[in-house]
Design a protein around this ligand. Sequence first.
Ligand SMILES: [Cu+2]
Length: 366
Amino acid sequence: MKKVLLALPALAVALAAVFASSGQSAEAAEVNLKLHAGAGENGYAVNMFLPATTYVRAGDTLTWDFKWDEPHSVTFGQPQGDPTVGDGSTSATYDGTGVVNSGLIFPEPGKESTYSVKFTKDGTYDYFCVIHPMMTGQVVVQGPGIGEQDTQVAVTARGDADYTSAIAALKAAAGSQAAKPVAVTAGTGGGKKYTLAVSSATDLVQGDVMQFFPASLNVGVNDQVEFVSSVQTPHDIAFPGPVDFNGPPPPEFANFDPFTDSVNYSPGVKLDNSKPVISPIIGVGFPGKSASFSFAKAGTYQYACILHVSQGMVGVINVGTNAPLPPNTGDSATATPSGTDGLWFVFGAVGLAIAATGVAFAASRR
Ligand SMILES: [Cu+2]
C-alpha cells in the first residue's frame, strides 16, 4: 500500500505531462491537408477521392487537387439548381449544414486546380462528385482526444494505396478486354464486320477504362466496324477526316454538343476521310449502345472519343486495298496514334458544354 502511494506522485507527474502534450497538440496550428479528387493515367480514369476518408479537427482545412483530365466536384449537401456550377470561389467553410459545392473543376494545363474546405464543427460529413455517383468520400471532424488526427504523410499514403489498387483493377479489366478475340462476322456490304469493344466489359466502381479494344485494327475496303459499349459512361466515336486538328473548328462544330448532336452519321456510314463523322453518344442508358461504320477507300482512319481524347481514348483503323492487312492480336496498348492529341483543340471549345450536358445525363440516370 505504501508503495502505491509513493508511486502516485510519479504517476501524477506523468499524467500532467500527457495532458500538457495533448493540450499542446489541440492548440497546435490548424492543418491543411492535401488529397486528390480523381486521378489517372493514359487510358485510365480513377474516379475516386484519394483517400476516401479523412480525419481532422475543427479548424482544419482539406484541399483537393484536380490533376487528371476528367472533371470532378467536391460537394457537401444537395445542391439546388445546376450542380455542375459552383460559386466560382476556390475555397469554402463548412459547419455541416447547407451546401458546399465546388462545381465541376477541369484541370488546366500548367496550373494547379484545387478546392479547399475549412471544417468548423465536429461531425461526420459525406461528400460526392456530382457527375460520378459512385465517387463518394467522408470527412470526420472530431474533437481533441477522440481518435487520430490525420497527418499529410498518412493521407498521402492511404491515397497512394487506394490509387494503386484502383489502377490495378482498371488494368485488369482492360487486360481481359484486350485478350478477347475481335468478333468477325459477315457484313452487309459483302465484306466482314468487326465488332470492337468500347471501354470495359462492365461498369467499374474505381473509374473508367478510356480505351477501344483493340485500338488498332486492320480491315479491308467495304468491311464494317461496329463499336459496342457495355458501360454507362458516355463515349462517342469521332473520325475527324480532313479536319485540321490545330485549326479553328469547322462550321459543323460551331455549336456541336456531343450529347444531342452527331455529325454526318448514320449507322454503317461509309467513310473515305473526306469529311468528319461523329457518332451519337453510345452506352448503357443512352439511345444506342453501338455505332457502326464502313470503309469505302483504303487508308488510315484515326478516330477518338471526343469526351475522352485527352485521356488517351484514341484508335486507328487501317484499311487495306484488297484483303485485310495481317490480323490483329487485339493488343490495345500498342496504339496511340500521333496527331489525335490536337483533336482536343478543335473540340476544346465545347468541352464545358460537354461536361455540363454530361451531368444532366448522369443526374437523370441516378
Ligand atoms: Cu469516351
